[in-house]
Design a binder for this molecule. Structure first.
Ligand code: R5P
Length: 331
């Protein structure tokens, strides 16, 4: 995919682009703003002594095309509420259109009743975004694509594939015997798409979660990793248990080198230190979620962060101009 800044199109269907951000993704939001050659809009976000959040916009957004950029990462509930309150504030100020730009959408792992007496919180979050007043949403790599069906507003579900595939091609070009490893059968379909674009074989790990506790057990390796350069690909790393178990398993099976690629750096407390101690040569991720300085320090130069900012900026530009987003990806 190639994106060129400030594409020249005369048809402007919506009001001016107004970018707002909460406190979760300030760096990503300013990179998007500079791609679009606009400033982030000023607003106050205040937390009262009773822990309630209050928002005030500095300027009217009446008739404007507003985007709220906010990853619903840790601290999840604070970030989610900030986003919802920002959206409601824009709605009450008569914005013409509001898009929730949520590079990482929380609660997507709870997307079905797979046991009795449990919630479907992915649906609840989708409802909350709509009820707050969003007209559209944008996000990256949902845990399951069917979650799109929980929204009745239109959305652009984007794929980090478009920013990750070129660096991965470069990596593979330096490898002798590469193989893609999916640490989880649930991710196997996406891993297969990456493997086929890279023209490399695929191996799988069968993982079974035994309880609701955030522990995972890798049981079986399907495919050949012996003496191979392994690229372990997953959609997110939270505790790091899944990747940790996968790395140990393929190491035991004689992996020559290991690169871990993951889309959403959720990185729950303690995970970065544990991941950095694994026998992994390189990590590659994106900035759908900002990584703290402390966690970056654990990884050192083993970690490369590929930005989604230009891709998201271009999608926002096209949405504002009423142009196809699919065409950006030759669809
Ligand atoms: C699972 O369905 C996902 O693809 C990831 O494997 C999982 O979310 C990673 O979680 P953790 O790092 O806590 O094992």
């Amino acid at each position: 995919m190639s994106v060129s800044p400030h594409s020249h199109v005369k048809t402007v269907m919506y009001g001016k682009v107004r970018l707002y951000t909460g406190t979760s993704s300030p760096e990503l939001a300013s990179q998007i703003a500079s791609y679009l050659n606009v400033n982030l809009c000023d607003r106050d976000i205040v937390t009262f002594p009773n822990d309630n959040i209050f928002v005030k916009l500095h300027k009217s957004v009446r008739g404007q095309d507003c985007y709220v950029i906010q990853s619903t990462s840790i601290p999840v509930h604070r970030n989610l509420m900030e986003m919802l309150i920002l959206i409601q504030t824009l709605r009450l100020d008569s914005a013409a259109r509001i898009t929730a730009v949520v590079p990482y959408l929380c609660y997507t792992r709870s997307d079905k009743k797979d046991q009795p007496r449990v919630p479907i919180t992915a649906r609840l979050v989708a409802d909350m975004i709509e009820v707050a007043g969003a007209d559209r949403y944008m996000t990256f790599d949902l845990h399951a694509d069917q979650i799109q069906g929980f929204f009745s507003i239109p959305g652009d579900v984007l794929y980090a594939y478009h920013v990750l595939i070129d660096p991965m091609k470069e990596l593979v070009s330096k490898m002798e015997k590469p193989v893609m490893v999916s640490p989880d059968l649930g991710f196997a379909k996406k891993a297969r798409n990456y493997a086929s674009s890279l023209d490399i074989p695929l191996a799988f790990i069968e993982k079974r979660r035994l309880t609701n506790a955030p522990t995972a057990k890798a049981l079986t390796l399907i495919g050949d990793v012996t003496d191979r350069d392994c690229i372990v690909l997953d959609e997110e790393i939270s505790t790091g248990n899944t990747i940790g178990t996968a790395v140990k398993l393929i190491k035991e099976h004689g992996a020559k080198s290991i690169t871990v690629v993951f889309i959403h750096p959720v990185l729950s407390p303690g995970s970065a230190e544990m991941l950095a101690s694994l026998p992994v040569d390189n990590f590659i991720t994106t900035d759908t979620i900002p990584i703290s300085k402390e966690d970056l320090a654990f990884f050192g130069d083993k970690l490369k962060v590929i930005s989604i900012a230009h891709l998201l900026g271009e999608v926002i530009l096209r949405a504002n101009q009423g142009r196809s987003v699919g065409q950006l990806f030759n669809e």
